[in-house]
Design a protein around this ligand. Sequence first.
Ligand SMILES: [Cu+2]
Length: 149
Amino acid sequence: MTLALALLATAALGAGCGRSGGGGATAAPSAAATAPDRCAQLAGLTGEVSDHGVARASGSVLTVEAGDFFFAPTCVTGVQQGTVSVTVRNSGRILHNISIPDQGIDSDIEPGKSMIVPVKVESASVPLLCKYHRTAGMVGALIRETPPK
Ligand SMILES: [Cu+2]
């Protein structure tokens, strides 16, 4: 199932690069359809991903919304290397959590509250998750700025 979706995603991305997209073949808006695939692929996210899009970091200010049951944006691209401060705001109606196990980050966030989490961005992609709703696809990632070649 997951593999099939990934293959579909790849095919959709390939089609999106050309201008041949006739539209109407699928009900989903093309932007929404391609962004999550790209996000999951870039970040190497596996399993269920409740995708709420890709957004670029604006300087060192990163804000991620934790909703029921997703992170939005799900992938933040262009994140500076080093330690960044990520503001996670729980816009949902229930308790959520921001966890980055590799970095010992595991913080609960009450509904309506925000939390600023210092995150080390060294690798190309730093996956994050809500430990309570991971299986519901409440995952995301910070994707490092690609160094100029
Ligand atoms: Cu959650």
